[in-house]
Write a protein that binds this ligand. Structure first.
Ligand SMILES: CC(C)(COP(=O)(O)OP(=O)(O)OC[C@H]1O[C@@H](n2cnc3c(N)ncnc32)[C@H](O)[C@@H]1OP(=O)(O)O)[C@@H](O)C(=O)NCCC(=O)NCCS
Length: 343
């Protein structure tokens, strides 16, 4: 079972739209500043009744329906997220609890690179023959940890979820190459002080302390421009392809200028780059799967297309890979799969 084709995809976004014009009324900023520096016009923000679990489950249900699968047919759920609804129970268990079934379930912590990293993890289980089908989700509700008085961060982030189903096939489909990297020494350029098990000094000094995301924008920008293009180029080479073989680049949507830099390195024209940052901002781990979903729904991904995925984020971490789009060979293999071989 050497490959793991993407057979279904889905997305979910919060109802509430927060535009740059709305933000102009909340903080000292302007639509012109935000759009010219980032490419963002508006983003979606979770309301009281929307959660990481509700968004992830909605995206997963869509992906399962498109794949024509029930939760019982899924062997494994892998969720990339930095904002689980619970820090003891994995987000993947929370989603499985909603969907039903008894699939194995674990989370991947790689922040905005979470989905591409989770797709890589899920793919290893399928291509090694351990499991036949996996549900891979990227979801985040980072706006819960955004300080809406800090104009340098609050204009950037939005919430959402995206999901894919991957299934074993002998045809070269799904993730053909993976590039993972990290620079942990830079972790303080983008983090949430006082969010984890480490007790911050401020907890004693200020009992009402609420953790908020903090970022050194210039350092993260420099890091991102440095790694996005390199990781994408590396992924193309590792897949045994050249730039001319690339049909679409689906990058993490953090900043249009960062996306443009990566596209330049791959020598890709804008029409081969999926961009939706104007409508959603940076949805963290959800940004790549939401973009996959949009591109697929728009009919822009065809059987056999080579699609480069690349993402970066807190850690600082990055992940890239080439997906060959399509479902060739999936049904035939499913019939021949030997359930007793690995379970
Ligand atoms: C945050 C970011 C958009 C800022 O862009 P930039 O080009 O570095 O910003 P500039 O240097 O042009 O402007 C900085 C100035 O704008 C101000 N500013 C910051 N946010 C602002 C806002 N929302 N509205 C208006 N002014 C703002 C700053 O206070 C600063 O003012 P000063 O020079 O008087 O101190 C950019 O650094 C970035 O995108 N970084 C990467 C962030 C990222 O991707 N994070 C997520 C990773 S997954």
């Amino acid at each position: 079972m050497p490959y793991a084709a993407i057979t279904g995809w889905g997305q979910a976004l919060p109802e509430r739209v927060l535009t740059n014009v709305d933000l102009e009324k909340m903080i000292d900023t302007s639509d012109e500043w935000i759009f010219s520096r980032t490419g963002i016009r508006e983003r979606r923000v979770v309301g009281r009744d929307e959660t990481t679990t509700s968004l992830a489950t909605a995206a997963a249900r869509q992906a399962l329906a498109r794949a024509g699968r029930t939760p019982d047919e899924i062997d494994l759920i892998v969720v990339g997220t930095a904002t689980p609804d619970d820090f003891l129970v994995s987000q993947s268990c929370l989603v499985q609890g909603e969907l039903g079934g008894n699939a194995g379930a674990f989370d991947v912590g790689a922040a905005c690179a979470g989905f591409v990293t989770a797709l890589s993890a899920g793919t290893q289980f399928v291509t090694s023959g351990v499991y036949r089908r996996a549900l891979v989700i990227g979801v985040d509700t980072l706006t819960r940890y955004v300080d809406y008085t800090d104009r340098s961060t609050c204009v950037l982030f939005g919430d959402g979820a995206g999901a894919v189903v991957i299934e074993a096939t002998e045809e070269p489909r799904g993730l053909l190459s993976t590039v993972l990297g990290a620079d942990g020494a830079g972790h303080k350029h983008l983090f949430v002080p006082g969010w984890g098990a480490l007790v911050p000094e401020s907890a004693e000094l200020f009992p009402e302390y609420r953790p908020y995301l903090q970022m050194n924008g210039k350092e993260v920008f420099r890091f991102a421009v440095g790694v996005m293009g390199d990781a994408a180029v590396d992924a193309v080479k590792r897949a045994g392809l050249c730039f001319d073989d690339v049909d679409m680049l689906i990058p993490h949507q953090a900043n249009l200028r960062i996306i443009d830099a990566a596209a330049r390195q791959l020598e890709l024209p804008r029409e081969k780059v999926w961009v939706n940052i104007d409508r959603y901002g940076n949805t963290s781990a959800a940004s790549v799967p939401i973009a996959i979903c949009e591109a697929a729904e728009a009919g822009r991904l065809k059987e056999g297309d080579n699609v480069v995925l690349v993402a970066f984020g807190a850690g600082l971490a990055w992940a890239a890979g080439v997906v060959r789009w399509g479902t060739a060979g999936v049904a035939e293999r499913a019939d021949q799969y030997d359930e007793t071989a690995t379970r």
